[in-house]
Design a protein around this ligand. Structure first.
Ligand code: ZN
Length: 322
């Protein structure tokens, strides 16, 4: 196991702030690292911990060479605890947080600090949160607890109020494009297809590109246009769409229609406008159904959606713009 402590260009400001606080010995006892998926929150948290545990004081980042760094990078540091949901479970349980308390009371063995990363912190059960709260209420010296979450609104306010929050944000599209260009070939048109779905998060966009999502979206766009013009065969097309992630399909169509409704209002006739709002409504319903149930009949859901939005009486006078 190798621990990833990569820092990305869009984290520079937050990293700088952390380093200053560390230098001034003003580090918070507990830090929440938040932001949408695909911003590198986990590696940022690892970098903070590595920097705190490192024995060398020469630079801001961990040296990667000392005994403490070696232990951390191999995932074996006795003064660090990583808490994730146990295998086969989706939540972080009270026992996992309770075991922390005993560890926190011990003095560090290798480094000068004891560190904890809880990821994803929003997966803690209510009793786990309460147990953590007790720990946060009696902070120990030289202890750093980091909560990593993409959904900080799911953390109790009592927890949030006892932590410093480091919020990572999606960079400007231009920076995302530049960074992605360094990783693999991409043009701005392809990026424009992917960006809304990845919430502007570069790492999420990269994964999507590597999974061929740009091609899927292009194909979805042309399918969608033929549905709107009534030229499609929903049964045949459903077979194709079933190969895609249903949530991806509907989120993408949501962005597409939203864009048409917001940016092309002048071009929309009254009738068309009504139709697009109706389609938007169908998409929202489909997203709700897809997100709420695991054993949903995907074939039925997609077919129903297609039939609902096809309407031969209204010709598609306005092509959907991506
Ligand atoms: Zn080191």
């Amino acid at each position: 196991m190798t621990i990833n402590i990569a820092l990305y260009p869009w984290q520079a400001q937050q990293w700088q702030r952390f380093c200053e606080q560390q230098k001034q010995q003003r580090l918070a006892h507990a830090i929440i690292v938040s932001g949408v998926a695909g911003l590198g929150k986990a590696s940022f948290a690892n970098a903070m911990v590595a920097s705190v545990l490192c024995e060398s004081a020469e630079s801001d980042s961990a040296c990667g060479k000392c005994h403490s760094c070696n232990l951390f990078f191999s995932g074996n540091h006795p003064d660090h605890t990583a808490i994730v949901p146990e295998q086969g479970s989706s939540s972080i349980k009270i026992e996992q947080i309770r075991s922390l308390k005993d560890k926190q009371e011990l003095t560090p063995t290798v480094a000068n600090w004891k560190t904890v990363i809880i990821n994803p912190a929003d997966k803690m059960t209510i009793s786990a949160f309460n147990s953590l709260l007790k720990l946060l209420e009696e902070p120990q010296n030289n202890t750093l607890i980091i909560l990593v979450t993409a959904q900080s609104d799911r953390l109790p306010i009592t927890i949030i109020s006892r932590c410093q929050t480091v919020k990572l944000s999606s960079p400007e599209p231009q920076l995302t494009l530049e960074w992605l260009e360094q990783q693999q070939q991409i043009d701005s048109a392809t990026l424009a297809l992917i960006l809304p779905l990845s919430n502007g998060a570069p790492l999420a966009a990269l994964t999507m590109l590597q999974n061929g999502l740009a091609e899927q979206i292009q194909s979805l766009n042309s399918d969608f246009e033929s549905l709107l013009s009534g030229d499609a065969n929903p049964i045949e097309m459903t077979k194709k769409w079933l190969q895609y992630d249903p949530l991806m399909i509907f989120h993408h169509l949501q962005h597409l229609i939203k864009h048409t409704l917001c940016c092309s209002q002048d071009e929309l006739t009254n009738n068309n406008s009504k139709r697009y709002w109706y389609i938007y409504d169908c998409i929202i319903s489909a997203i709700k159904l897809t997100s709420s149930s695991n054993n949903i009949n995907k074939t039925l859901l997609i077919e129903q959606f297609m039939v609902a939005i096809m309407d031969k009486s209204l010709s598609s006078t306005l092509a959907v713009k991506s």
